[in-house]
Design a protein around this ligand. Sequence first.
Ligand SMILES: [Zn+2]
Length: 336
Amino acid sequence: MLAEGCGRGSTRLVCKPDARCPLSIESGLAWIPEHVVYVRSLVLALTFFCSIQDASAHDPSPGTDAAACVNDASWVAEQAPFRIHGDTWHVGPRGLGVFLIKAPTGHVLIDGGVPANAALVENNLRSLGVDLHDIKWILNSQAHCDHAGAIAQLARDTGAQVIAGAADEALLARGGRDDPQFADRFTYPPVRVDRTVRDGEALRLGDLTLTAHATPGHTPGNTTWAWRSCEDGRCLDIVFVGSLSAPDYRLVDNAAYPGLVDDFERSFAKVAALSCDLALAPHPGMIGFWERVEKGGKIDRTALVDPSQCRRYAERAREAFGKELATQRKAAASRN
Ligand SMILES: [Zn+2]
């Protein structure tokens, strides 16, 4: 999604799906007061970056433009993999959520990042001693280029089955074309889904149970994934929260997605009510991931355990959505 927070009136700056733009929901509003200096510098940097992206966003050439999906340098920045808790590992770039769940009967990957991330993720997996062919499933949270962009390549290289929310299957197969909000702006290599899931469906792989919670709105098949990981006898409910943002979305009279507002409202309530000891997210800023986990350049993963994160993210997203919806309804009423 576009440019969360990059819109600036008539001189709108164009970014990319799920952009970590300043003051955006997915950058984590709750973290801004403590990091105001950082945010100010980020505003300047991203304003410049968004300006650059504006040019490529208007590239009229058809087909997939892998570079156009990268809206933030952190999305392709290397990050050494590290354990989150128990069998759950961070294996993606620094700026996007890609996670591995190890299981004796075959491993699970959640999301793949932008198209350029396939090699980075595979290198991280190998560095953990993971045989790529032991990846059994690749789960997707949403059919946008910054989370599904590398999945076609990863599926090819691992032989894994791709599993996604039923309502995103067609959008994945189109490689992001004809998106309800972005049309053909953010395309990626088409993904063939091997298995679709519906709300509440549980997938079992040995002792591991992954539950799919449909959280539509951001995409029609946007899915929040939940599982339980144990380490040294401590078991935690881990939730990979699907994006609940609507950056520059058309919320009113959107013929491409008529039930969008109701879907978002149900998704806010659903995420807020989940049992969630440890939240993970497609974008680390959604849950203040790095601000909590990194201390003095070192990883302190214990700081990730916070049962309030899912609820707090849903509340922030709902508040931002409500304001934007009111603005768009007012504008629509004035036009009628
Ligand atoms: Zn997205």
